[in-house]
Design a protein around this ligand. Structure first.
Ligand code: OOG
Ligand code: NI
Length: 479
């Protein structure tokens, strides 16, 4: 009998549950954070039925409590390309390119995630994955030692590599293999408190950059945070303080708005953890390392290139006006500046839609079937739209106004480089470096990855176009 394969969405879901369990055991404060987020989300859904309804319309309601992203940092091209193959087993593909060097973080990154709406709703788990840029280390001798240390480690179990190969050859994994895969893949993300490097080397790496020590100094790319999704990040930030979970000073991203855009993020400070460094006698020497933390995110509507340009402009205007990196001492002032900088960014979905600033699902509203006879009297018939997915702007505006078509925000599934840099930095000791020279190097990243990254804007555009087509077909079938 032919073996049936397990759906990649299910493997991804099982993996994210296993990862969350492991991380809650490793970092108990993360469990407290999840509790807080669940409380806040329940309250928002109870008090604001319009938000519940919107999440029902977009299919996000069921994924809300399983929403997680995590992050890892890799050291070599070989690690990155094997990681791509590992994530592919779980239906996760590289989306977007993020260059963090201009913000003094010597990495470039992508996010592995599902790419279509259905898979995202089945399991939204994603991993922000960074590759260390050793080319940015100035100290040549140290660079060589770092390369040697990285070449000496193997972050994947032999079993997981054979299961990946199996998946690629057969096009899927059986239930038994999938179970085994989840268990073996998890090993790569586990924390190891015994380092393969000496304390002296660790300290030299640390004095170059905290991230270099975090990658080169360890046996594997321990998951460094997991992030649940909240519907009210300000409430969680306040709740963290009340519960004794030390929050980062600033919520990254856009200000609080009626209609959330893109992504707002905050985190709790990384823990100082005991580690044992290998010494030359084969024994261990004690020390500590700071890397692992918890994060929260609030996601809003994805912006079009026009909307994104406006966002980038307003954010950089606010930061320029503040003059220094936002921190605990200037938080209140920063939020004030940020809010006024964003005054001119429309804050209702209709305007965001009409001005082409954000991406939306088009949905035939529930009442459209009953209305299709009445609207012909108004001179606008649903059949004025073609089933190929094209419709004039005016006809669309009329159908929306008549309540035949409803627009719902397409949620932003990706990350923001300035925010990501803020998250990285909140967990590093002050570095002297304020930015790294050198161009953003997507080509080099893709060479290391062994594949091109998907363009996130094309993905949102395709989801919007697909929803329009389905909506028009549905209206036509009623007309
Ligand atoms: C990744 C930091 C970026 C986010 O959510 O923007 C990030 C890291 O610290 O490795 O996770
Ligand atoms: Ni994160």
């Amino acid at each position: 009998m032919k073996n049936t394969f397990i759906n990649s969405d299910d493997i991804r879901h099982d993996f994210s549950v296993a990862m969350s369990e492991m991380y809650q055991k490793e970092v108990p404060l993360y469990g407290d954070l999840i509790e807080l987020v669940t409380e806040v989300n329940t309250e928002v859904l109870n008090k604001q039925p319009e938000i519940r309804q919107q999440l029902e319309h977009t299919g996000e309601i069921d994924r809300l409590n399983m929403e997680r992203h995590g992050a890892i940092r890799l050291g070599t091209a070989a690690e990155l390309s094997m990681m791509r193959r590992l994530f592919a087993v779980m239906g996760m593909h590289p989306v977007g390119y993020y260059d963090l060097a201009p913000a003094a973080v010597p990495v470039h990154s992508t996010a592995f995630r599902a790419i279509d709406s259905q898979s995202l709703n089945n399991s939204p788990f994603r991993v922000f994955t960074s590759l260390l840029r050793l080319d940015l280390i100035g100290d040549e001798a140290l660079k060589q030692e770092a390369i040697a240390a990285l070449n000496n480690r193997n972050i994947f179990t032999d079993n997981v590599v054979s299961l990946i190969e199996h998946f690629e050859e057969q096009g899927g994994l059986t239930a038994d293999d999938a179970r085994q895969f989840v268990k073996e893949a998890l090993e790569t993300f586990r924390w190891h408190d015994k380092t393969p490097v000496s304390k002296a080397l660790y300290q030299r790496l640390l004095s170059q950059h905290g991230l270099i020590a975090d990658v080169v100094g360890f046996k594997g790319p321990h998951i460094n945070h997991l992030t649940p999704r909240t519907l009210d990040i300000d409430a969680v930030q306040a709740g963290m303080q009340a519960k004794g979970i030390p929050p980062k000073a600033i919520i990254e991203g856009p200000p609080r708005r009626e209609c959330p855009i893109l992504l707002r993020q905050t985190s709790f400070k990384a823990l100082e953890e005991a580690v044992s460094f290998k010494n030359s006698e084969g024994g261990y020497e004690t020390g500590h390392h700071t890397a692992r933390f918890g994060e929260i995110e609030q996601r809003g509507v994805a912006l079009t290139p026009k909307g994104r340009e406006l966002y980038d402009k307003m954010l950089s205007q606010a930061r320029k006006q503040l003059g220094v990196t936002p921190n605990a001492d200037n938080a209140a002032k920063y939020y004030q500046i940020l809010e006024s900088a964003f005054d001119a960014f429309p804050d209702d979905y209709q305007t965001l839609h009409d001005e082409g600033l954000a991406y939306f699902y088009y949905q035939a509203s529930d009442s459209s079937a009953d209305m299709s006879s009445a609207d012909s009297e108004l001179g606008v018939n649903a059949s004025s739209c073609s089933s190929t997915g094209s419709i004039s702007k005016q006809a669309m505006a009329d159908l929306i106004e008549q309540g035949m078509i409803r627009v719902e925000p397409i949620v932003y599934e990706d990350f923001l480089p300035v925010s990501a840099a803020g998250i990285f930095q909140s967990n590093l000791q002050d570095t002297k470096q304020s930015s790294y020279e050198g161009n953003s190097n997507q080509q080099e990243f893709e060479n290391a990855l062994g594949a091109r990254v998907h363009d996130e804007l094309e993905l949102y555009q395709a989801i919007q176009a697909q929803s329009l087509k389905a909506c028009l077909m549905r209206l036509n079938s009623h007309a």
